[in-house]
Design a protein around this ligand. Structure first.
Ligand SMILES: [Fe+2]
Length: 478
């Protein structure tokens, strides 16, 4: 299955889909799925715009609302996670995941689903220590603090993902797992982004929550964005445990390739000669690259033109498959001219896999087991011990398997998108009061349906305003 990976979307859906269509034509290939690693900006209306944390000059309606109303349809099945620039009120409606419009699925604050037999998990938001141990207390309209804290990752959601025992194919996060840069061409990264140097040396670049998940889940693939740079790494989990990094990283961090591997000293200082020496080292091979550079002029033309394309599809040769306990990490840039924002990877699908979107049984069991501890207060709930949690997830798995056997549970994700809030209409200007009303929470029918499906109480906007879409002309006639 060919998957197109996109870094930050920043509302550029039309450009991304246009580039993929161009690529299909040029390469004579078919893209089966698009993955977007956050900053998606699913802005439905003027109220959503007020719920997104961006400087006022970046507050643009974009084109998502056209997909939301059905004027445009996503040409490829698309899965995304949230970043730090989102319509956070809309993302919260779909805390457990769901369709933000037809054919585009949001994984939720944390989530795992299966597409054509490929298991895809993700964690939305970015890590900030101060908010990590809080509950999901934010509610729109947001104040100046909670418009930011709302997208900060919570320990509860990470703890849910950390319960996963079955193998993961693909994992998405917006910010990088902390330390992952040490398994790629660190020298080149420091040259491209010299302002990361201090954080790299202090081992504070990226998210410690994602680091924890990377080492627990050890997925085959991990895709990220946020730092707006193209970077690949091949993480060897055994070496990670022993603090052994790529040769390029060791030269940057220590000035030479260590003969032995002492515990890493984060306070070591980079000096120019050491950087020069590291420049002569070979990078970790970048797996499965299809980087694309776009010209400034090209991006403004009707059909996006690719300036230069290099295809090194090493993944199609099975001999180069890395041993188990490795993760291929890839971070993409944002969708801008001359940036490497898109990459195609080929991931084999299991035989006899069912086509389409499916809920993940283990994830449903975890969601049931941990739902009592989902806190909407400022204070998070105290979680049971690891052993107790493990046992209750196992019990929930047994229960859900029984439901499956009795045909009382259907894992196929229904195509049940409905508009949950009014859509932007450029012909109808809104007053400030009308816009403010749109910032208040809406109940999302998909979330209600999901909670009913797995038998949990709906805690997400249960008493909020409910939007009923006006009847279409055809519906009025019948
Ligand atoms: Fe971001």
């Amino acid at each position: 299955m060919k998957i197109a990976i996109e870094g930050c979307c920043h509302g550029q859906l039309d450009d991304i889909y246009g580039t993929i269509a161009y690529l299909e034509e040029k390469e004579q290939c078919k893209i089966d799925l698009v993955l977007i690693c956050g900053d998606f900006q699913a802005i439905r209306n003027e109220g959503d715009l007020q719920c997104m944390a961006v400087p006022p000059k970046y507050r643009a309606m974009g084109s998502f609302w056209k997909y939301y109303t059905g004027q445009l349809k996503a040409p490829y099945p698309t899965i995304f996670i949230g970043g730090n620039h989102e319509a956070s009120n809309y993302m919260w409606e779909l805390y457990h995941g769901g369709w933000v419009c037809e054919n585009i699925y949001y994984l939720g604050n944390a989530g795992v689903i299966n597409y054509n037999g490929i298991r895809i998990g993700g964690l939305s938001g970015i890590f900030k220590e101060n908010d990590y141990n809080k509950g999901h207390f934010e509610s729109s309209p947001y104040g100046q603090y909670d418009i930011k804290s709302v997208y900060h990752v919570r320990q509860y959601d990470v703890a849910k993902l950390a319960q996963i025992r079955q193998p993961m194919d693909v994992f998405l996060s917006h910010d990088w797992p902390r330390g992952v840069e040490r398994f790629g061409d660190l020298r080149s990264l420091v040259r491209k982004k010299p302002f990361f140097e201090r954080e790299i040396r202090e081992n504070s670049l990226g998210s410690r929550a994602n680091e924890e998940l990377l080492t627990i889940l050890q997925p085959k693939w991990w895709f990220s964005a946020h730092l707006h740079v193209h970077f690949a790494a091949l993480v060897d989990h055994e070496k990670w445990k022993k603090n052994e990094y790529s040769e390029s990283a060791e030269l940057v961090l220590y000035g030479s390739k260590r003969q032995q591997h002492p515990v890493h000293n984060p306070d070591e200082i980079l000096i120019e000669d050491e950087l020069a020496a590291s420049a002569r080292t070979a990078a970790v091979p970048n797996p499965d690259e299809v980087p694309i550079d776009l010209d400034d002029d090209d991006i403004q033309s009707d059909s996006p033109a690719v300036n230069e394309m290099i295809v090194t599809d090493s993944h199609s040769t099975p001999v180069s498959d890395p041993p188990s306990r490795t993760t291929r990490f890839l971070s993409l840039d944002k969708c801008l001219p001359r940036r490497q924002f898109l990459q195609i990877v080929d991931i084999p699908t299991p035989e006899n896999a069912k086509d389409g979107f499916f809920y993940d049984l283990e994830w449903l069991a975890i969601t049931r087991a941990m739902h009592p501890y989902l806190s909407l207060a400022r204070q998070a709930s105290r979680l049971p011990s690891k052993e107790d949690l493990k046992q209750s997830v196992e019990q929930e798995l047994l229960y859900l398997n029984m439901q499956l056997d009795m045909d009382e549970l259907d894992l196929r994700i229904p195509s049940n998108f409905t508009a949950s809030s009014p859509a932007f209409d450029p012909s109808v200007p809104k007053s400030p009061e009308q816009i403010h009303q749109l910032e208040y929470p809406f109940i999302n029918p998909q979330t209600v349906e999901f909670c009913n499906l797995i038998g949990i109480e709906n805690k997400i906007n249960p008493h909020a305003q409910r939007f009923v879409a006006p009847a279409t002309d055809n519906e009025r006639k019948t």
